[in-house]
Design a protein around this ligand. Structure first.
Ligand code: GUN
Length: 288
């Protein structure tokens, strides 16, 4: 029976550390601020944005929300991003994705000042991650690395399989595992023999958005299984990309949904915002 990786508990520890850092910075007269931009009426995005604002309040980060209507033009959004780039109170800018279809996401991401890009989605930050020279990491993969570290399982030399090739999770996740000396395979919708490849994984990360795709017969006994999925079923319940009840019997460690990866993403966003403020203001977090 797998051990459950408690993302809620681990994220609470990260947020406690962030809170201490913010308090120390505040004492030096350095404030930390995050702007969260939400365009349109995507209900899942609304929930995520609310959680991000709540986390800011809990750790002492100043936050402001900019909610824009669905029909906002690309020019209007670009002009808001430029305003936030120039705003001294704001150290981090997060434009919640997905954006409405008439807005070019890449154009918006490219407009965010790389120093304030706490998602690490800007091409400059993506490139820096590729060469291992980064200030901050994309929040979900960074959170997953913390979850894997909490198991005590070494990544070096292990077979790592990432299902999903998104810019937000799959691709950067593979890169972080590679930086930690994993032997990494990225699978996607066109992959042949998916089950066979997954069965080789010591560390398996599922980030495809297909409810309960990963079954017991796709998991090596004892493997670390990380479920990034957040799928809403017809009955309104939430489920991951992993069939939890089935895989729990085989895996060594497994993340639940909810309460696994989700809370970690937000905790790492808080950490990135502090890092951004420290870099912008040439500050240091003085430790006692
Ligand atoms: N939508 C889903 N995940 C994310 C994320 O990590 N950042 C942003 N900006 N949008 C998202």
């Amino acid at each position: 029976m797998a051990q459950i990786i408690d993302g809620k508990l681990i994220s609470a520890k990260v947020k406690d550390q962030v809170k201490e850092q913010v308090e120390k910075l505040n004492k030096q007269g350095v404030s930390v601020g995050l702007a969260v931009v939400l365009v349109g009426n995507n209900p899942a995005s609304r929930v995520y944005v609310n959680s991000k604002k709540k986390a800011c309040a809990a750790v002492g980060i100043y936050s402001e929300e900019h909610t824009l209507p669905e029909e906002t033009t690309e020019e209007e959004l670009l002009s808001l991003v430029q305003k936030l780039n120039a705003d001294k109170k704001i150290n981090g800018i997060l434009v919640q994705l997905p954006l409405p279809r008439h807005i070019d996401e890449n154009k918006i991401i490219n407009a965010i000042s790389p120093e304030k890009d706490v998602d690490a989605f800007h091409p400059q930050n993506v490139g820096r991650i590729m060469i291992g020279e980064f200030d901050f990491l994309p929040c979900t993969p960074a959170g997953i690395m913390e979850l894997i570290a909490s198991t005590g399982v070494e990544i070096t030399g292990k077979r790592c399989v990432v299902i999903g090739r998104s810019n937000i999770v799959g691709k950067p996740m593979a890169m972080l595992l590679l930086h930690k000396n994993g032997t990494v395979t990225i699978c996607h919708s066109k992959t042949q023999n998916l089950a066979e490849i997954c069965r080789e994984a010591d560390i398996l990360v599922a980030a495809v958005g297909v409810p309960k795709l990963v079954k017991k017969d796709m998991v090596k006994p004892g493997a670390v299984v990380i479920d990034v999925g957040m799928n809403r079923l017809d009955d309104g319940s939430l489920c991951g990309d992993v069939d939890f009840a089935d895989v729990q019997e085989t895996a060594g460690y497994i993340t639940p949904v909810p309460g696994g990866v989700g809370p970690m993403t937000i905790a790492m966003l808080m950490q990135n915002t502090v890092t951004a403020a420290v870099l912008q203001k040439n500050a240091v977090v003085i430790t006692d």
